[in-house]
Design a protein around this ligand. Sequence first.
Ligand code: PBE
Length: 309
Amino acid sequence: MLTTWKKAGAAAGLSLSLVLAACGAEEEEPAEEAPEGTEEGSEEASSNLGEEVDYTITGIDAGAGVMASAEQAIEDYGLEDWELQPSSDAAMTSALTEAVENEEPIVVTGWNPHWKFAVHDLKYLEDPEGSFGEAEDIHTLVRNGLEEDKPEAYEVLDNFAWEGEDMEEVMLDIYEGTDEQEAARNWVDENEDTVSEWTEGVEEVEGEEISLVFVAWDSEIASTNVIAEVLKDVGYEVETTSMEAPHMFAAIAEDEADAMVAAWLPATHEQYYNDYEGEFEDLGVNLEGAKIGLVVPEYVEADSIEDLQ
Ligand code: PBE
């Protein structure tokens, strides 16, 4: 299934870029001929982008760190005319898909790992001011006392570490229509070597419960379902609950839930992390090299957030 998608994606990408190459050539001509010169021409192009997208950045849920960073970018780059529109991961990706299908411009709050980069030809806008920070890692956080209460789960959670590609594989499977839990199950079954590193030497339990909290971001739907399947294999009854980002951190800090695998650091969730520092245990990185930023389709002329000015 995955292979089929990749092929389909590559084919669609190819025909799209051919069409766009043709359009691009036509559009560039008047700018080159304009007496004002290239600089004037490119300024015009970028102000058109603002107009075309109604000076709107299509965002996700208001509690997401990428939303706070996007507000920061609006300030850092003097984008007073622009508005950051909150919605959800699902709404943002459907707006993105619709825009790409119609070859229309769009600016979204984006991140990776995410299936959108495998399905669409997209690029991050450069961020010379650093509003979105540098590369991010994803950390596992557990409530204080979990090690004593549920040492087996603690050990699995402490060992949990995978690659961006792994996460994207699960995300793509779900995007293709596979049920979330089933996609996680498939990945666990197909990656026994990796999974056995997380469970090695961990004794099985019986009838114990463990609660995981997450936000319904595609990336975290994938990771939370995978770790849930692994904990089930150890014998746990696993409860997963999705909620808003600030509540996810609060649930761990206030011992209302046992664990989360969704803390993006050092920048994305810095505020939440600092708010509750000392009230949770940070088990370290479970995925390296994540990233957040403003994302546009490749065919959008802007290359930098500066081009939105
Ligand atoms: N995200 C996905 C989250 C972290 C994981 C980038 C949308 C956020 O911005 O808070």
